[in-house]
Design a protein around this ligand. Structure first.
Ligand code: NAD
Length: 320
């Protein structure tokens, strides 16, 4: 039939952001039609400009706190600033984006009968008293602290997803993303990997908060996107939440030393006080992802850092 497409029509909210741009790229490579929706709060046109011109790619400037009327088969809901410096800039808007964005996208999924995916976060575990964190752990979140706009917004979005599933039979897919890094991270977002690389490349002091012994796990973006695709393709009874992240655990001081070594920078390490509510340890238990999605990360920290450093070397760090 002329003008009729058999390709899957996939909506990616937050598609011009770091993770969203990689996801759009991957979905296009698989032959899908991609509608990328973004209000460009932290995302940028530059992240997806290489996709513009692809006849299966469409870009729409839109804020997910407002309803959206489009026809789609699948929805990946990624819209939300992800780093403290950005989500604390306008905390009310952050909660609105998570909660009203979820309501609007779930409403769209209900009307179109689309399958819907939520990019939730390890932040739903707060400062965890269980280590590593399995999905069954309910978390330790301060509901009134400066991180609450993000953490509680994401927790409420999960609630909405599961209520739409129970109440309206929606096909939902919820993943909890642990620290992910890679090319196209925002250089000014204050996240630890981009911070260290940018500081090292500019020859500035590398700022370690606390004594540097707090640990994090770091997942390379390609591994995460593979997990997202597998989650969306999983049987309908796999609703999640499913942790996705790399279980390799590194001290922040180790990360700083690796960045110094791989950039060949002469930057000095300096220590600053820990910000409020900063978790001391964070590491995913990925047993469910391994079992239900047959997924495990493949890119090690050294290799991922090299690719990320190459990206930051190729962009004008003063321009964003
Ligand atoms: N990168 C990580 O380590 C990580 C970890 C946990 C969860 N996540 C989640 O993954 C998603 C993507 O994160 P990211 O790292 O790519 O961050 P990002 O800031 O690069 O991407 C978020 C995108 O959403 C857009 N956006 C924000 N508010 C919007 C709104 N109201 N309407 C439309 N678009 C809006 C931004 O402009 C941006 O393009 C987020 O939901 C985040 O919470 C990321």
């Amino acid at each position: 039939m002329q003008g009729y497409s058999l390709n899957k029509r996939i909506l990616v909210t937050g598609g011009a952001g770091f993770l969203g741009s990689h996801l759009c790229e991957r979905l296009l490579a698989e032959g899908s039609e991609v509608l990328c929706v973004d209000n460009f709060f932290t995302g940028t046109r530059r992240n997806i400009e290489h996709l513009i011109g692809n006849p299966r790619f469409e870009l729409l400037r839109h804020d997910v706190t407002f309803p959206l009327y489009v026809e789609v088969d699948e929805i990946y809901n990624l819209a939300c600033p992800a780093s403290p410096v950005h989500y604390q800039f306008d905390p009310v808007q952050t909660t609105k984006t998570s909660v009203m964005g979820a309501i609007n996208m779930l409403g769209l999924a209900k009307r179109t009968k689309a399958k819907i995916f939520q990019a939730s976060t390890s932040e739903v575990y707060g400062d965890p008293s269980v280590h590593p964190q399995p999905e069954s752990y309910w978390g330790n979140v301060n509901p009134i602290g400066p991180r609450a706009c993000y953490d509680e917004g994401k927790r409420c979005a999960e609630t909405l997803f599961f209520d739409y599933h129970r109440q309206h039979d929606l096909r939902i897919k919820v993943i909890r993303i642990f620290n992910t890094y890679g090319p196209r991270m925002h250089p000014g977002d204050g996240r630890v990997v981009s911070n260290f690389i940018v500081q090292a490349l500019k020859g500035e002091d590398i700022t370690i908060y606390g004594d540097g012994n707090q640990t994090r796990s770091f997942c390379y973006v390609d591994d995460l996107v593979e997990g997202m695709i597998r989650m969306m393709a999983s049987p309908d009874d796999v609703t999640g939440p499913v942790n996705l992240g790399n279980a390799g655990e590194f001290r922040i001081s180790e990360l700083a030393e690796a960045v110094l070594r791989l950039t060949g920078s002469n930057s000095k390490l300096i220590r600053l006080p820990l910000p409020q509510d900063d978790p001391k340890q964070r590491k995913p238990d990925t047993t469910i992802a391994e079992r239900h999605l047959d997924w495990a990360p493949e890119v090690g920290l050294e290799e991922g850092l090299k690719r990320t450093i190459a990206y930051f070397q190729s962009v004008d760090l003063g321009a964003r």
